[in-house]
Design a protein around this ligand. Structure first.
Ligand SMILES: Nc1ncnc2c1ncn2[C@@H]1O[C@H](COP(=O)(O)OP(=O)(O)O)[C@@H](O)[C@H]1O
Ligand SMILES: [Mg+2]
Length: 284
């Protein structure tokens, strides 16, 4: 009887795959009814918008939008004014409630969390229309963001804030009241405040508009740097050459829907982009 009893299969897990071994036989599979193993086989996006719908009265700004950002990825979003781009950031960060759909941060459903809780979980944004505390200095604005976002005492974030202001080209303006800054410096301050929270996911809304070519190049270098430090990024921008210098993937939003997504240069040359920007019909 003993001869009929085969030795049991031994198995080992390695990066989501499972290898079964018995004697000289082995079988490797990536299929197993084990949620942990399946999650390992399919990395979870760091940020996911699922089936998002939103309308303001008769204006539909998001219709069934699915958008996922992988950890470490830089995604660009372009689209005409009024397409719904900024609203999407509002929905992701909690300042705008979606009519339907979910927002997941690292797999956690944050749809009903307040913006401040999302910030402490590592989600930061800059505002297209800058929102500094006008009566506070540039340094104080950055300290408030850093102390809140990192949950630290103010004096423990001072050095980091000076470093961020320097990287954002604002060190010389540190003691100026934020309300007295030019628009471009306010945009720099938006970026500095978002970075000060030490985000895992950074959402940038038109931070390059109005910059000179040189300033734009240094902004691109800074955002590349941030990305290289492990921060995942979504960047909405009209300055397409700046965007393409940074992002891995480009999505096009039009009338509340994503109409193209993929390798940036291919998307820019796509018929959909020609149609919405130049009015050339896709099937012409
Ligand atoms: N709070 C709001 N109330 C009413 N309409 C809004 C509101 N926010 C945005 N909209 C409208 O939604 C549309 C999309 O706006 P937005 O998301 O800012 O577009 P984009 O950033 O692509 O230019 C626009 O028509 C805008 O006027
Ligand atoms: Mg906008």
């Amino acid at each position: 009887m003993a001869a009929c009893q085969a030795a049991p299969w031994a198995f080992s897990k390695d990066e989501g795959r499972v290898t079964f071994r018995r004697g000289k036989h082995s079988v490797t599979t990536n299929f197993m009814r084990d949620p942990d193993t399946q999650a390992a086989a399919q990395p979870m996006p760091i940020l996911a918008l699922e089936k998002i719908c939103k309308r303001f009265g008769a204006v539909i700004v998001a219709q069934d939008i699915d958008l996922a950002l992988d950890e470490g990825e830089a995604l660009g979003i372009i689209g005409p004014n009024g397409a719904g781009k900024t609203t999407l950031f509002g929905i992701a960060t909690g300042t705008v409630a979606p009519d339907a759909g979910r927002v997941l941060l690292n797999g956690i459903d944050i749809t009903r969390l307040s913006p401040d809780r999302r910030c402490r979980l590592g989600l930061a944004r800059s505002f297209q229309i800058p929102q500094p505390f006008g009566g506070m200095t540039v340094f104080e604005n950055t300290v408030v963001a850093a102390a809140f976002g990192q949950d630290k005492r103010e004096r423990d974030v001072y050095a980091g804030c000076i470093d961020i202001l320097d990287r954002c080209g604002l060190a010389a303006q540190a003691n100026r009241l934020a309300g007295s800054l030019t628009l471009i410096d306010r945009k720099r301050l938006e970026l500095a405040r978002a970075l000060a929270t030490k985000p895992r996911v950074l959402l940038l809304d038109e931070v390059a508009g109005g910059l000179t070519e040189r300033e734009c190049a240094s902004l691109v270098a800074l955002i590349k740097d941030v990305r290289a430090s492990g921060v995942s990024i979504i960047w909405i921008e009209h300055i397409v050459h700046a965007l393409v210098a940074v992002v891995d993937r480009l999505a096009v939003l039009h009338a509340g829907a994503i109409i193209a997504s993929g390798e940036p240069n291919a998307v820019i040359r796509s018929p959909q982009v020609a149609e919405i920007y130049l009015g050339i019909a896709a099937d012409a």
